[in-house]
Design a protein around this ligand. Structure first.
Ligand code: ASP
Ligand code: MG
Length: 460
C-alpha cells in the first residue's frame, strides 16, 4: 500500500484538479491519499482572521469567497446539477462550523493559537470533501476520513505539533486498514491532527508533507509518494542554473538540509517520522507519474564529486550582537535566544566568535528580532547590527565533511567570480556547508559553484 501526498499547487484550477482526479481514479485502488488545501486557501483562512476580528460584518464575505472557490470547481468538474448539489450538501456543515469559529473569534476579540489552528485546518477538510465528492460523481469507489475522527494524535502544540506515533498507529490501523484491504481509495487531510484533549493542532505551514510521512509510518505503507508539479530535487534552481539536473537519489539528511535552507520541495520535518522505519519517499511530478522522480532513503549513493546540490535562500538576514568575550562569558547567548523565543522568532542558525554572536533569521523576522534585542535590559552587548543584504548559499552532500578538498573547491569557485564570503558555518551538519554572500552576488555564486562541481571536466 502506498501513501500519496498531493500538494496545494497540484490543486489549483479545474484543469489540474481534473488531472489529479484521473490519476487517483486510475491508480488509487487500495492506496491512501493525503491532501493539502486547495492552492491559496490556507492563506485565505489565515488572512481572514484579522478581518473577522475587526468587524463581524466581514464574515459573510469571507465565507462567500471560500464557498465560491470550492463550489466553482464543483460546478466545473461534476457532471450535472444533482451531483453539484450533492457535493454542496456534503460540504455545507463544514462551512457552517467554520462560520461559527469566525464569529467566535470576533466575539471573544482575540485570535488565540487554538482558534488559529482550528480555522486553518478547514482548508484541508474542505479539499478532502470536495475531492471525495468529485471522485464519487465519476463513479469511483472512494472513502474519506478526517484526522479528528480516526485519531491522528498529536502532542497538542499549536502551530507546530508532533504526531504521537504509537497511539496514532493503533488508531489509524483500526480505521483504515480494513478499507485498504477492500481496495478502497481513501482520502485524508494533511496539515493537522488532534490532541489528546480533543484540540485540532497543525504541523505548521507546509505541514501536509509531514502529516503524510507520519501516516505512512503509522500504517506501515510500502512507500510514501509526494506528487508535485516539479520533477523532484534538482542539483540547483533551474531558474539560476539552466543545466541543473534531477537528483535521482538522496539520503534523509540531504533532503532535510535542502528543504530547510533552500528548495521548497519538501517540508523539512517530513523525514522525522521515517528515520526509524527506513521508509522511502519518492518525489514525483504529476505530469510524469511514471518517471523515476527523486528517491529519498536512509542511505544514498555518493557521486564522485560528493556534492548533490547547490541550494540557496535569499530570504534571510543577520543580526550581529557585539560584546567583548561573548565566546567566554556564559549566559549572553541564552538571554538572546530566550528573548527571541518569547517573541516567537525562530533563529535559523547561530555562529559565535570571541567578539560577536551572529544570528541568522528569516528576512521577515529581522526587524522584529532587532527590536526585541534592542529593548533587552540590562543590555548584555555593546552594539547591535542588522543586515538584510545577505543571502545564504549551501552545498549539500553526504560525505562532504570527510572528503578533503570539497570546501576548498567551493570557495575557490566563489573567489574566482570575485565574490566575498561574509560568514561560514561548517560543522553542525554532516552533510552541508553554508555561507553568506551579499544578496547581489547570489546568482553568480550559485552558478559558479554548480559549474565547478557539475560541469567542468577535471583531472584527479
Ligand atoms: N495547507 C497548508 C499550508 O498551506 C499545509 C500544506 O499545504 O502542506 O501551509
Ligand atoms: Mg507544500
Amino acid at each position: 500500500m502506498k501513501v500519496v501526498k498531493i500538494g496545494g499547487s497540484s490543486l489549483k484550477d479545474s484543469g489540474n484538479i481534473a488531472h489529479i482526479l484521473d490519476l487517483i481514479g486510475k491508480r488509487g485502488r487500495g492506496h491512501i491519499f493525503v491532501l493539502s488545501a486547495l492552492n491559496g486557501v490556507t492563506d485565505m483562512l489565515l488572512a481572514s482572521m484579522s478581518d473577522a476580528l475587526q468587524n463581524e460584518g466581514n464574515i459573510p464575505g469571507i465565507l462567500g469567497r471560500l464557498q465560491e472557490k470550492h463550489w466553482r470547481l464543483a460546478q466545473q468538474l461534476a457532471p450535472g446539477k444533482e451531483r453539484i448539489r450533492k457535493i454542496q450538501r456534503l460540504m455545507r456543515p463544514c462551512f457552517e462550523e467554520l462560520e461559527r469559529f469566525y464569529y467566535g473569534l470576533n466575539f471573544t476579540r482575540e485570535i488565540t493559537p487554538r482558534l488559529r489552528d482550528v480555522i486553518s485546518s478547514y482548508g484541508e477538510q474542505l479539499a478532502v470533501q470536495l475531492l471525495f465528492g468529485l471522485l464519487g460523481s465519476r463513479g469511483v469507489e472512494v472513502s474519506y476520513r478526517l484526522s479528528q475522527h480516526i485519531g491522528l494524535i498529536t502532542d497538542g502544540k499549536f502551530g507546530d505539533s508532533t504526531v504521537k506515533l504509537k497511539q496514532t498507529a493503533a488508531n489509524l490501523q483500526d480505521h483504515l486498514l480494513p478499507l485498504v484491504a477492500k481496495g478502497r481509495i481513501v482520502l485524508l487531510p494533511g496539515f493537522y491532527g488532534i490532541s489528546e484533549d480533543g484540540d485540532i493542532t497543525t504541523f505548521g505551514r507546509g505541514g501536509s508533507d509531514y502529516a503524510a510521512a507520519a501516516i505512512a509510518v503509522a500504517l506501515g505503507a510500502d512507500i510514501l509518494e509526494i506528487w508535485k508539479d516539479v520533477p523532484g530535487f534538482m542539483s540547483s534552481d533551474p531558474k539560476i542554473v539552466p543545466e541543473a539536473q534531477l537528483i535521482p537519489a538522496l539520503s534523509y539528511e540531504e533532503a532535510a538540509e535542502l528543504s530547510y535552507f533552500g528548495a521548497r520541495i519538501l517540508h523539512p520535518r517530513t523525514v522525522e517520522p521515517l528515520r526509524r522505519s527506513g521508509l522511502e519517499i519518492v518525489i514525483k511530478s504529476t505530469m510524469d507519474p511514471d518517471g523515476p522522480g527523486s528517491v529519498i532513503k536512509a542511505r544514498s549513493p555518493r557521486p564522485k564529486h560528493v556534492i548533490k546540490s547547490v541550494a540557496y535562500n535569499a530570504q534571510v538576514g543577520i543580526i550581529k550582537v557585539h560584546a567583548s568575550g561573548v565566546g567566554a562569558r556564559p549566559g549572553i547567548l541564552a538571554r538572546v535566544a530566550a528573548r527571541m523565543t518569547e517573541r516567537g522568532i525562530n533563529i535559523k542558525s547561530v555562529v559565535t566568535s570571541q567578539t560577536s554572536i551572529t544570528l541568522l533569521l528569516a528576512s521577515d523576522d529581522l526587524e522584529a528580532g532587532y527590536r526585541a534585542l534592542q529593548t533587552l535590559r540590562p543590555r548584555p552587548y555593546r552594539r547591535l547590527e542588522k543586515n538584510d543584504d545577505v543571502a545564504l548559499v549551501g552545498i549539500v552532500g553526504e560525505g562532504l565533511a570527510r572528503r578533503k578538498g570539497i570546501a576548498a573547491r567551493c570557495f575557490e569557485a566563489v573567489a574566482n567570480c570575485g565574490v566575498n564570503v561574509e560568514m561560514i558555518s561548517f560543522g553542525p551538519s554532516r552533510v552541508a556547508l553554508y555561507f553568506l554572500v551579499r544578496a547581489r552576488d547570489l546568482h553568480k555564486t550559485v552558478a559558479a559553484i554548480h559549474s565547478s562541481f557539475f560541469s567542468i571536466p577535471r583531472c584527479f
